[in-house]
Design a protein around this ligand. Structure first.
Ligand SMILES: NC(=O)c1ccc[n+]([C@@H]2O[C@H](COP(=O)([O-])OP(=O)(O)OC[C@H]3O[C@@H](n4cnc5c(N)ncnc54)[C@H](O)[C@@H]3O)[C@@H](O)[C@H]2O)c1
Length: 359
């Protein structure tokens, strides 16, 4: 078994790979007390593993929130602040965020705002958390039923990525994380795309390698552009339309996973890439095929497109009433800040519904 990968950067250090949890033991030394924030599923499946791997660590409090995107809310943020107050957490304590993207987003925001900032470490427990959500310092909650409407950029002191937690993850959430892995292949990492192409997430046998590769791709980008002023925007490929779809289904009371929405968004935005940058049809068809073989289709109709478009208008990527997209020139090469007119975006959603071959 290989040693986990250590990446020491300012202001975050990373430990990635098997036995990362054991290797993180020294990271707790300088703190007074340790408080874990988690959700009920992770408390059941992953907290025992965490404790077993760090037997000498004393945990002074566990705050358990309710799982699910619909609970990435102001109500749960207040609940966490109340619990931190009850436990009298101070700035010399450490918060351990143990969970998927919902936990790391909301608990990161709670830690960053409580008493003007308590330090925290992210221990992602989902594939999506390991390759994306726990890395890069974006924290926040959904508000007024819009995704990530309120939040802040604030980095954890460390991110500890140990695939051992994934043993209990449900298939649906493997699939969700797989969408973000595909995204790195498409925007920046052709070698990764070549490893993935034609694969179904159920058949992947080298997750450990893929997780390290995808997590490193994200770290490389956020190290360079922490506040999303430039190249980090490339990570938004699939997300302008994807977030609108995610909000749409959340609003309708039938939430879908983040990855499913982003996968659909990547189909629409690949179509935009072919129309705007002339991305070759052969590339677009490969992308659509890959996504269709891993993700079931959404069945929204053309009549629903105006409501999806309304949600897109709340997106943080909107400027001068035009939608700002990150698109592909080709597989492995993204471009950001591409302004796209509304009628072309609508056509991309129609393409999603009709799904004709590229011409
Ligand atoms: N901050 C960022 O940069 C960023 C990036 C991408 C996504 N996100 C956010 O991440 C969220 C989605 O994250 P997610 O896909 O991890 O979903 P999630 O946090 O909702 O977790 C999915 C489900 O799996 C359960 N779970 C987690 N780990 C488990 C384990 N090891 N075993 C068994 N069950 C487990 C959870 O309780 C939950 O029910 C969205 O809110 C999205 O907006 C944030």
């Amino acid at each position: 078994m290989n040693n986990p990968l250590l990446i020491e950067t300012e202001p975050v250090s990373y430990i990635i790979g098997n036995d990362a949890i054991e290797k993180s033991a020294t990271k707790f030394k300088e703190f007074n007390r340790i408080i874990v924030i988690t959700d009920e599923n992770v408390e059941k499946h992953c907290l025992p593993v965490f404790k077993q791997k760090l037997p000498s660590l004393i945990i002074d409090g566990v705050i358990t929130i309710i799982s699910g995107e619909e609970n990435k809310s102001i109500h749960q943020l207040i609940y966490i602040w109340n619990e931190l107050t009850r436990l009298n957490v101070g700035r010399d304590d450490l918060i351990v965020n143990l969970g998927g993207g919902v936990v790391t987003d909301i608990a990161g925001m709670a830690a960053a705002t409580f008493k003007r900032g308590v330090q925290f470490i992210n221990f992602p427990t989902t594939l999506l958390g390991m390759v994306d959500a726990a890395i890069g310092g974006k924290t926040g909650i959904d508000f007024a039923r819009f995704k990530n409407q309120v939040g802040l950029f604030i980095n954890p002191t460390c991110v500890i990525i140990d695939p051992i937690f994934l043993k209990t993850l449900e298939k649906l959430h493997w699939q969700s994380g797989f969408a973000e892995v595909i995204k790195y292949g498409l925007i920046m990492d052709r070698e990764l795309w070549q490893k993935l192409e034609g694969k179904n997430y159920n058949d992947v046998d080298d997750w450990d390698t893929l997780i390290i590769k995808a997590a490193k791709d994200k770290i490389d980008i956020v190290r360079f552009d922490a506040l999303e002023k430039g190249i980090r925007k490339n990570l938004n490929f699939g997300h302008t339309i994807g977030h609108a779809l995610e909000s749409y289904y959340l609003k309708s009371g039938h939430p879908v996973t983040h990855g499913m929405a982003i996968a659909a968004g990547m189909i629409c935005e690949s179509w935009l890439s072919s129309k705007i940058f002339g991305m070759e049809c052969i590339h677009m068809d490969c992308i659509v095929k890959m996504i269709d073989s891993n993700f079931e289709r959404f069945n929204f109709t053309k009549d629903e497109i105006p409501r999806i478009m309304q949600l897109m208008e709340q997106d943080k990527k909107v400027r001068n009433n035009k939608q700002n997209f990150s698109l592909l020139r080709k597989i492995g090469k993204a471009v950001h800040e591409v302004e796209v007119e509304t009628d072309i975006i609508i056509k991309s959603l129609e393409f999603y519904i009709d799904r004709k071959k590229c011409d």
